[in-house]
Write a protein that binds this ligand. Sequence first.
Ligand code: UD1
Length: 354
Amino acid sequence: MTVLLTGGAGFIGQHLARRLVGGGHEVAALDLLHPQVHADPDAAVAAFPGPVVVGDVADPAAWNGLPDGVTAVVHLAAETGTGQSMYETERYHRVNVEGTRLAAAFARDRDAALVSMSSRAVYGEGRYECAEHGTVFGGRCCAAAEPVASHEDDPHHPVSVYGETKSLAEATAADEAGAAVPLTVVRPQNVIGPGQALHNPYTGVLAAFLAMLREERPLTVYGDGHQTRDFVHVADLAALLAWAVEHPAAAGSPRVLNSGTGVRTSLLDLADAAIAGSPLPSPGVTHLDVHRAGDIEHACADLARGREAGAPAPTWTARDAIVDFIRWSWDKPGAGAAAWDDALDELARRGLTS
Ligand code: UD1
């Protein structure tokens, strides 16, 4: 009765593993301990409450030698940097699509249930409502269109290679799992919280803001800052994933669930909340007139389906989650803000900014 967590040594996996163990499950991890994510792999292994097998999910050999008795697989391992995906295309496809295929094949061969982590990136620009054009997907039809929350049945319109790989991975998981494997696909919005990799300049805007706050540098907001995201606390995502393990979908009827708060937070409000969590005086924000290829404007989850299924509702507001992240991370080692400058320069050098 073991739950296998691929990518289990990462921050989502660690939260989920502790929760599963608290609920009486045994856990094991398959994790590459990639240096981009794990500055201290030994500490990550020590923190995981079960055995950690080191291996690459996209390598068939890594799936041999895993413990017996696996009854569920939570497939978390993925390459997740939106910007980086635009030039490390082959690596993103290999890990995200082939890795998911092998995870589904393993679940099928072991008669295990599969909970596969996707992303809201499959929606791309997502759903808009417009007085003139009605409901439109994948971008604004005209200036009157208002962004609204994405539903699980909305069409896929990924705009980044990362989003494309997640969309392909969903289809691959369903194909490979076939009729025998209970399959739940979870599409989280922007996940934040304690344990997030702080030295990886591809882990998202809040880690960048933390690095800048610690150096008393103004927070770099790309564009006017009215872009929105739905920031979900990792504990709420872990609760949803644990529920999906304990309430498997019916075999042959894949189930898709969003994870988020259902509330949009602008980048300016994100900056404000991050500053509120910092013990230092506010450095303010600075606007950079830059757009990264693959970036979207708005994102938010519709949570009705999960609610109707009895899945746990989010308990953290975005603002509290942001403050929690900043306070918890404040004295933890991490990269300096220059790492994020370098990541943006890299995109510019490759012609991936405008
Ligand atoms: C993030 C995740 C992705 C996840 C998705 C779900 C990363 C790298 N990607 O993508 O894995 O599936 O959420 O929604 O975490 N920005 C700034 N200043 C900065 C850095 C970024 O203004 O210094 C802006 C970006 O232009 C963008 C927004 O912040 O508009 C969010 O960017 P980011 O956190 O990198 O990730 P997402 O593309 O939302």
